[in-house]
Unconditional design. Sequence first.
Length: 268
Amino acid sequence: MSGRNALIRVGALVALVAGCSGGQPAASTETETTKGPAPVVTPVVLSEMPHDTSAWIEGLEFDGADLYEGTGVAGQSQVRQLDPATGAVLRAAPTPNNYYGEGVAVVGDRIWELTWQDGVAVEWDKATLRPQREVPVDGEGWGLCHDGDRMIRSDGTDRLRFHDPQNFAETGSVNVTRDDQPVRNLNELECVDGQVWANVWQTDMIVRIDPATGVVNAVVDATALAQSQGRNKEKVLNGIAHIGGDEFLITGKYWPKMFRVRLDAPPD
């Protein structure tokens, strides 16, 4: 989810993702510092589907077989439920108070949505797509995911920040590094089996981070996908949702397509 300038056949996909939440299965965990340069992999495209070209996407997440998207731009931001087979918008609700919406993450029967520079996070009722409350957040909101125990937020810096999923109180943070260098502009996030996958704003990269150490232990180079979508300053890679196993859905801002891909990330 940035905040700057500015789904595949039903049977197959539903069977694949049923019972999988955004914070469940796949990709492995790493608790020790990666030795040597972080390995780089490229996504293997399995299928593709349409994506709303008016969507300045900020968040993308499966909750079982349901797919949710958060979009941005002040006065245009929405929380949406998408058809996981066609990418069509099934339901949509405007982010309150003309906030600039950012990352979204499902926690049980609720959805948390960040805002960019409005200083609040919005809690939604998932069933009705109605805002329930707003809570203060210190700093910017970019990406968001839930690892089963806590919320993890990016804010455009090289830090991941941890939050209580009940009241969104900040509980800690970690600096993110790749090959001992800080990784800034961390954007849309996906929590998978103890690891955090993060888009890096204005690049064609997704990095896999061990949140215990902040170390990047794998890098996804999605340059070919971005180029196929007419990459420019606005049409950038952003949006990653875990389907199951080593399969993910990835897309970008104003992209006309979403891609179901396999990420053959190296073992930890």
